[in-house]
Design a protein around this ligand. Structure first.
Ligand code: GCU
Ligand code: CA
Length: 137
């Protein structure tokens, strides 16, 4: 099945702004969260049938340290994603996780767990693989 790209600049942003000053992003920009714990980005991911989906988060972290975030799916904590350094704010990488999604709309939310906030977030690609059926319906 084809992958669906959800641009972070179209997501719900809690404590952050859409910016475009670091090259290499897709779409029209990326989300620069405020450097605070609790900064969050929530994507609305649609899925035609319940099942496991592969979620790939594209991000940049130009600092030496990781920028951990809690991944919450439909209000339930799923995991912590570390968002390791990418070496530069213009170097973008994907980190991938498998997660259960419901049929219909799903709230896929990343919340920063430290005072560094989130990494810069470019996009979420859903359904590159996985058994949840054709994404995006
Ligand atoms: C720099 C960088 C931002 C980034 C920020 C951070 O200011 O230009 O894009 O979000 O560092 O540390 O979070
Ligand atoms: Ca930031």
């Amino acid at each position: 099945a084809a992958a669906i790209v959800y641009e972070a600049e179209n997501a719900v942003i809690v404590s952050g702004a859409v910016e475009s000053n670091h090259a290499g992003y897709s779409g029209t920009g990326f989300v620069n969260s405020d450097n605070v714990a609790g900064a969050a980005v929530e994507f609305a991911v649609r899925q035609p049938a319940a099942g496991t989906a592969v979620l790939a988060f594209r991000y940049a972290n130009g600092t030496p340290g990781a920028r951990p975030a809690t991944l919450t799916i439909n209000g339930t904590t799923h995991s912590t994603i570390s968002f390791a350094t990418t070496g530069a704010w213009t170097t973008w990488a994907n980190t991938t996780v498998s997660a259960p999604l419901n049929a219909g709309a799903n709230q896929v939310r990343l919340t920063a767990t430290t005072a560094d906030g989130l990494p810069n977030l470019d996009a979420l690609t859903e359904g590159a693989d996985g058994g949840g059926g054709t994404p995006g319906g």
